[in-house]
Design a binder for this molecule. Structure first.
Ligand SMILES: Nc1nc2c(c(=O)[nH]1)N=C([C@H](O)[C@@H](O)CO)CN2
Length: 140
C-alpha cells in the first residue's frame, strides 16, 4: 500500500506535577514533568469536516496523560513512558506514538533529563480475516 500523506497531532511541553522517582525523598513530593507527544494519525476527516468530533482531540490527550501520570506514581521515567504510550495506543486512533518525558528539576547541572520512546499500534487482524474469507470463497 502506498501512503500519500503523513499527519500528526502533537503536544509540546505538557507540564504535569506528579510523584516520580526512585529515591525515598522523591516519593514524598511531586516534581514537574515536561511531556512531548507526537501521535501519527490520519487527520483527513477532520480537515474536511472542520468538526472536532472527527479529530483526535489533543485536549483529551492532555487531560488523560496528566491524570495517568498522577495515578501511576512511577519510580522510573521508562516505566511511566511505556505505560502512557500503551494507554494512548489503546484509546486513540493512531498508528505510531513518539513520547518524551523530561524531569527539568532532577539534575541541578542539567536543563533537563529524561527518556524518549517510540511505539507502534499492533497490525490490524482484519487483513488475515479478509484473507481467510477470500480463501473460503475461492474454494466455493
Ligand atoms: N534512566 C533513568 N535514570 C534515572 C531515573 C530514571 O527515571 N531513569 N531516575 C532517577 C532519580 O529518580 C532521579 O531523577 C533523582 O534525581 C535517577 N536516574
Amino acid at each position: 500500500m502506498f501512503h500519500t500523506q503523513s499527519d500528526v497531532v502533537f503536544v509540546k511541553a505538557l507540564k504535569v506535577e506528579a510523584v516520580i522517582g526512585v529515591y525515598e525523598w522523591e516519593r514524598a513530593i511531586t516534581q514537574p514533568l515536561l511531556i512531548d507527544i507526537v501521535l501519527e494519525t490520519d487527520i483527513s476527516r477532520a480537515a474536511a469536516s472542520d468538526d472536532v468530533n472527527d479529530a483526535l482531540n489533543y485536549k483529551e490527550v492532555c487531560d488523560d496523560v496528566s491524570a495517568w501520570c498522577q495515578d501511576i506514581k512511577a519510580q522510573l521515567l521508562e516505566y511511566l513512558a511505556g505505560q502512557i504510550a500503551d494507554k494512548l495506543l489503546e484509546k486513540y486512533p493512531c498508528h505510531k506514538i513518539t513520547l518524551s518525558i523530561a524531569k527539568p528539576t532532577a539534575i541541578k547541572q542539567a536543563d533537563a533529563v529524561g527518556v524518549q520512546i517510540t511505539r507502534y499500534a499492533q497490525a490490524s487482524s482484519n487483513v488475515s480475516d479478509n484473507q481467510a474469507d477470500n480463501s473460503l470463497s475461492d474454494d466455493a
